[in-house]
Design a binder for this molecule. Structure first.
Ligand code: CUK
Ligand code: CUA
Length: 766
């Protein structure tokens, strides 16, 4: 038996026995002793038990959190609060190769504004796609407040597929929120601006600056937003804020609140009172109530204007057709959240201690009866506040956002100034419980709390400040997401999680079993367009081709432990277009590709094909290598890009290393390989005698091992050819390569064997 294999086999045997020894050599601490040493109370230990997830364990819920100004989405599990992934969205991210390969650069390029790359985003509100008002776990949308944009993320591979730039807005905030069947993704303006892209002086603010709500049409079949079928409704320059789509009883309507309906424009530099003073003069702002279903029909009937190649329903048309209404809402509102049954709309006002519960049936009755209290300066009917309200409840100082419980009538509101969460009953209009959080909570999130079927159990408080909660790391503090148990009458704080990347605003949680992401791509896949890549290639078909336009196309493959080709030889001035396919079928065998001095850094997951195109500008030597520690010979997963000066001929493979091996080395290596093969055969026999086909994980491992053995056969053939010619040097090298493939196959085989042992596989066919 070979040394490597012996080690592998012995290792698994020891691992199996390991547990028997624990406890005999050292006396382990008891729970009481640990509690004493770490100063833990019984309550702490209970909280730990509610969140601790043993190795290999899974979470019940998966959270998609905005990454704030990092322009990313953070993914973590509940109740463990373990971070699982950062999804690159608006910002280049090297680990995922995002913004470094041609395919993802094309996605980022969709987000250009006036031809300029915008390499960050200020993400606020993620939204999971819905079917009949329930989260379905297929798609994720997120907005960029700073550069009005929406991104589409596919939850089959957690990759960003599309970015759309809002054609008329200059600023936004109220997105992304989806309609109950994800027909539309809602995006609402924040700071008003002219719809056109030219200069308009602030003196024309009331006349020419506008807000809007854009309804982005989502084509579920294509998995992309269809900009041509999207439209907007023009709104006054009222600083629109958060939005929510109606559901069930209120389906077909959407709600957007606003602040600064004073239309005040600051200017402290010229002696004017600032925005913050002027924008809070009135006692109320406006909730915008829009019939989006009817708006879509009006657009289809040709009633929209075309502005920047985009359909916009004017205020005038919206008023004439009866699809746009306003209702006063208490001072500086922020969150607007439709209840799970669609009957109520709760608005929390930052400068008011109340949360206001509007009742949709009352709103609808007033609209149907044309019972209006007033009109705004743009002619939009205003409904009476009192007549639209179900109730108002004093919830605390600075209420912001609301999330629903699985229990009927129960809602949680974040209280910014008091640093609290208030649990209250919106049917009866009474406060049920309060809990302090640390500190200055913004959004809060309950499990599927924005859907028609909230799941209860947990709530996360997304705090703006963490001040004294963690070990200090300098003036820029991490964010603090606090996990709260809401399964009982009293809320219980369970866990603080520091988030070290951007300021997350909103987050959304979904039952983990609703997500079914894939583990690998179909071989040769362009993950950004979701099609077979025209640049894919297969093992044995790797090639370098020059096209008439001076481009050198490199069609390569990556597999443990080599990059093919290993030498790329080009001339100064040529354009190089690398195309690498990861031909692994194994899980989690990602290879990277990093090349010196060309800003090329790729992540190539199993099956994926990615490209990188650049100009070979400067003659020189540029090593490249795999950046993922993928196998024992990962460091040998390397190569050279040689850029020759103009006119210097390629050297070919005339390398002059010494003759190291003689015939006896060859014979020895062949003997090793033959012994190794016997071990592999015994593992194969072990697996095939069992019902391994009942275990998808093992089937994948067997496929992977089969790949490796096919490569082994190929190397063996080359070895035999060289041996036939008595070239012992090359024959021995190929014998060693054959051995490398055997080791990988054996490693995979042992993993499969262990899995079968641990998962109760049965002997079959006997
Ligand atoms: S959020 Cu965007 S300002 Cu309260 Cu929804 Cu933080
Ligand atoms: Cu592939 Cu390291």
């Amino acid at each position: 038996m070979t040394g490597t294999l012996k080690r592998l086999l012995t290792f698994s045997a020891i691992a199996g026995m390991g547990l028997a020894f624990v406890g005999s050599a050292f006396a382990a601490e008891t729970l009481d002793q640990v509690m004493k040493r770490r100063g833990l109370t019984e309550k702490d230990v209970l909280a730990a038990a509610k969140t601790y997830t043993p190795t290999g364990g899974r979470d019940e819920f998966i959270v998609f959190s905005s990454g704030g100004q990092s322009g990313q989405v953070l993914v973590y599990g509940i109740p463990s609060m373990r971070i699982l992934k950062y999804i690159a969205v608006f910002t280049p991210e090297p680990w995922q190769g995002y913004g470094f390969d041609d395919e993802s650069k094309a996605v980022l390029a969709q987000g250009r504004i006036d031809g300029k790359d915008i390499n960050y985003g200020d993400t606020h509100h993620p939204a999971i796609s819905e079917t009949n008002g329930e989260l379905d776990g297929e798609w994720l949308f997120i907005n960029d407040k700073a550069n009005p944009r929406i991104a589409v993320i596919d939850l089959k591979d957690f990759e960003t597929k599309q970015i759309v730039v809002n054609p008329i807005m200059k600023s936004e905030h109220g997105g992304a929120f989806v309609t109950p069947n994800t027909d539309y993704v809602i995006e609402a303006t924040q700071y008003a601006g002219p719809f056109t892209n030219d200069y308009v002086p602030l003196s024309e603010f009331n006349e020419k600056y506008r807000g809007a709500v854009t309804y982005w049409k989502f084509d579920r079949e294509k998995g992309r937003i269809d900009a041509a079928k999207s439209f907007s409704v023009e709104l006054p320059p009222y600083s629109q804020d958060l939005s929510d789509a109606g559901k069930l009883d209120s389906d077909g309507w959407s709600f957007t609140n606003s602040f600064c309906t004073e239309r005040y424009v600051g200017g402290i530099e010229s002696g004017r009172p600032p925005f913050e003073a002027g924008c809070s003069q009135k006692d109320t702002d406006f909730l915008h109530v829009i019939n989006w279903k009817k708006a879509a029909e009006l657009v289809a009937a040709g009633k929209a204007q075309r502005i920047n190649d985009h359909d916009v329903l004017s205020i005038e048309t919206a008023v004439a057709e009866g699809i746009l209404y306003l209702i006063p809402e208490p001072k500086s509102p922020h969150g607007v959240d439709v209840s799970p049954d669609g009957k109520y709309i709760i608005v929390a006002g930052k400068l008011d201690t109340h949360a206001s519960v509007y009742e949709f049936s009352k709103i609808k009755a007033l609209i149907d009866a044309k019972d209006f209290a007033d009109k705004d300066p743009y002619g939009i009917p205003i409904l009476d506040l009192k007549k639209s309200l179900h109730t108002q409840v004093q919830v605390g100082l600075g209420p912001l956002h609301n999330q629903y419980d699985s229990k009927p009538c129960v809602v949680y509101t974040s209280i910014y100034v008091d640093s609290q969460v208030t649990k209250w009953d919106y049917c009866e209009g009474k406060v049920l419980d309060k809990i302090s959080v640390h500190y200055n909570i913004g959004h809060l999130m309950s499990m599927e709390g924005e859907s028609t079927k909230p799941k209860g159990h947990y709530l996360v408080s997304l705090n703006k400040l963490s001040i004294d909660r963690f070990n200090p790391v300098g003036p820029l503090h991490p964010q603090n997401h606090q996990l709260i148990d809401i399964s009982n009458d009293k809320m219980e704080l369970l866990y603080d999680m520091p988030l070290p990347l951007g300021e997350p605003h909103y987050a959304t949680a979904i039952a983990a079993d609703k997500l079914q992401p894939k583990v690998r791509y179909q071989t040769g896949w362009d993950s950004r367009t979701d099609q077979k890549s025209e640049f894919r290639t297969l093992p044995g078909r790797e090639r370098i081709e020059r096209t008439g336009d001076g481009t050198v196309h490199v069609y390569g493959t990556l597999i443990r432990s080599h990059i093919t080709p290993e030498i790329i030889d080009v001339e100064e001035g040529e354009t190089v277009s690398l195309h690498f396919t990861n031909v692994e079928r194994a899980q989690d065998e990602t290879h990277g590709f990093a090349l010196r001095a060309h800003n090329v850094n790729l992540s190539v997951e199993p099956g994926k094909t990615v490209s990188a195109t650049f100009k070979a500008e400067k003659a020189g030597v540029y090593p490249y290598y795999c950046t993922e520690f993928c196998s024992a010979l990962h460091l040998e997963m390397q190569g050279y890009l040689l850029i020759r000066p103009k006119g210097v001929a390629a050297e070919g493979a005339a390398l002059k290393e010494g003759q190291v091996y003689a015939e006896e080395d060859y014979t020895k290596q062949v003997k090793t390989n033959t012994d190794t093969q016997a071990v592999i055969d015994s593992v194969v026999e072990y697996i095939t005698q069992r019902n391994f086909k009942d275990f998808p994980t093992v089937v994948a491992l067997v496929e992977d091992a089969t790949d490796q053995l096919n490569f082994a056969a190929d190397a063996k053939k080359k070895m035999e050819d060289f041996a036939g010619a008595k070239d012992w040097q090359n024959a021995t090298l190929w014998a060693q390569q054959w051995f490398q493939y055997q080791v990988k196959a054996a490693d995979i085989g042992l993993r499969a064997k262990t899995y079968l042992d641990q998962n109760g596989a049965k002997v079959v066919g006997k």
